[in-house]
Write a protein that binds this ligand. Sequence first.
Ligand code: KG4
Ligand code: ZN
Length: 351
Amino acid sequence: MRVLGIETSCDETAAAVVENGQCMLSNTVASSVELHKAYGGVVPEIAARSHLEVITPVINQAMATARASWDDIDAIAVTQGPGLAGSLLIGMMTARMLAITQDKPLYPLNHVEAHIYANFITESAIEGYQLPADSPALPLLALIISGGHSHIVLVRDHGDYEVIGRTRDDAVGEAFDKVAKMLGLPYPGGPSVSQAALKGDAKALKLPVAQMAGYDFSFSGLKTAVLRAAQVMVGKDFTLASTELPGLLNSRQKADLAASFQETALKTLLDKFSRAVDQYQPTSVVIGGGVAANRRLRELAELTLPAHVAYPDIKLCTDNAAMIASLAFYQAAKAAPANPYKLDILPNMSM
Ligand code: KG4
Ligand code: ZN
């Protein structure tokens, strides 16, 4: 089964063709991140307009790279939510239109669930991907960490899963983005904080680890603790606006703040995830989502988790459509396709 996946939930316009959930024939991603940099975060209207401009060329390129004609495509899959409403709409309208005009079954999918399925891609007809040898065996335990989500999910079977932990406030990627802004580092914050952290001392500051019940997380207290530590570092009180910090902190201080924040955030994630792995004893353990691209996370996971961990290729950690096309294959075996004349987006869709 060959699926054309379409993903437009945030600032990446993506399309990909994947065969049988595992073999990637193409993976095209056009990001509008450069347009948002000046604002320090994604501007929804700019993201939506950019999706509208590039969605057709992105799909055409994904089809061309896969050397696929419409006759070769068995189904179309699209992100239904969660995400930015204006962004989701462009992908959804395009997918509905294609499903109707090309007469293909249409599968609406959950973006966070799809991040888990980036781990199921094991073969690629295109160069430049480091993929796992096998798809994860079920039941699996997944840590999904991105700009919008921090979830621990137990997948018993395809379509049968339970969210056993989630963030009560900020997602971990969001905390990276906000700390980057405080330190005057460019958006997106994850890569720039981890880059700055390379030159810093992770033990320079003692930051609090939020004690949450069960497997839940909280990152907003940590973000505030970084702000307070930075205000103290520059010799000011807590009334100093965070927008003043980048001009007052030197690069050594920024590196120490970045390293201490990163280490605490990653330890918070891995402590909980480690306990969940111990309790649930899954057959496989995977990590996905944009923050899974973090190299320090991978080092710490190797040292601290009580099981082998699988990761997608770095390019499949951040938003892409191959993960959507992969999930569709497993979903299609369990659920009927949607009515392309009626399908709507679900910006607040939960797992
Ligand atoms: O999965 P993703 O592309 O989009 C969402 O579904 O949110 O994740 C984007 C998030 C951003 O918050 C970004 O700062 C973070 O992933 N991120 C990272 C790294 N690369 C991206 N966070 C930490 N370290 C990284 N290397
Ligand atoms: Zn995502």
